[in-house]
Write a protein that binds this ligand. Structure first.
Ligand SMILES: [Zn+2]
Length: 257
């Protein structure tokens, strides 16, 4: 057991390609969403998730990657668009991506008539995927696998740009719990929240895509990232997490209103 545990740690440390906000990012998105859904939606979600919270399942989709039943969802965590392309003109992953599979899941849930197990799976996918869609390196360039191939030094530790955005920025910027993140960034007034919730999934996707370039451009030639990078992207990290939470709430309300 101990050997297996050590092997798992080794694998996670040496894994080359990562595709996920870290658990903290997903927890924050799910927590914020749970604060903005209607009472009716909350009651439906509570039933679908057997009394567990949205936060409880926020990273569930990352944990099932090795299970054969869910193998087909591997590419649903991201989309990749190289410079010079839009989402529409970029080559598509035939397995589906975080955008078109999110739309498909919304349609399936709206149509209804699902088994309890199927509906629970799709809601858990949605909670996670809307979070991933708001992580900029999940909408990163195809040529570097969403920043996975952009080698950087995070303070004194070798890393890559994808990993920096998934977890290092969040974990290094604050020592907050997911609730403290939500308490501190979900503070906009009603009008601003309504403005941030306006539009649709395609508009939100393009908003994120329009911000990806600056995440790359701010990496200095020597690849050394630390406090200046944290400082430069504090507002963006908060924006992405808050937008993810608000957009997830809007999607769930539209399905279960
Ligand atoms: Zn993911």
């Amino acid at each position: 057991m101990k050997t297996r545990f050590i092997a798992l740690i080794f694998m996670s440390l040496t894994s080359v390609v990562m595709w996920a906000w870290g658990p903290k990012g997903h927890d924050v998105v799910a927590e914020i969403a749970s604060r903005h859904i209607s009472k009716k939606t909350a009651a439906r979600i509570d039933k679908i998730l057997d009394g567990k919270s949205m936060v409880y399942y926020a990273s569930w989709m990352d944990g099932i990657k090795g299970i054969p039943e869910y193998k087909h969802t591997y590419s649903w965590h991201f989309l990749n668009v190289d410079p010079g392309f839009t989402y529409e003109t970029a080559p598509k992953d035939p397995r589906g991506d975080v955008y078109n599979k999110t739309l498909a899941i919304i349609d399936t849930l709206k149509a209804g008539g699902l088994t309890a197990k199927k509906e629970k799976d799709l809601v858990r996918f949605l909670i996670h995927m809307v979070g991933d869609m708001h992580c900029p390196m999940h909408a990163g360039y195809a040529r570097d696998l969403g920043g996975n191939r952009v080698q950087v030094m995070w303070f004194d530790t070798p890393s890559n740009l994808h990993s920096v955005w998934d977890s290092k920025l969040i974990e290094s910027a604050r020592a907050w719990s997911y609730r403290e993140w939500a308490d501190n960034i979900d503070v906009k007034d009603k009008e601003e929240v309504a403005r941030m919730m306006s539009g649709d999934v395609a508009l939100w996707r393009d908003d994120i895509l329009s911000r990806v370039g600056s995440c790359y451009d701010a990496v200095p030639a020597d690849g050394r990232l630390g406090y200046p990078y944290i400082n430069a992207f504090t507002d963006d990290v908060e924006y992405f997490l808050l937008m993810g939470g608000l957009h997830l709430a809007k999607i769930l309300d539209e399905i279960y209103k």
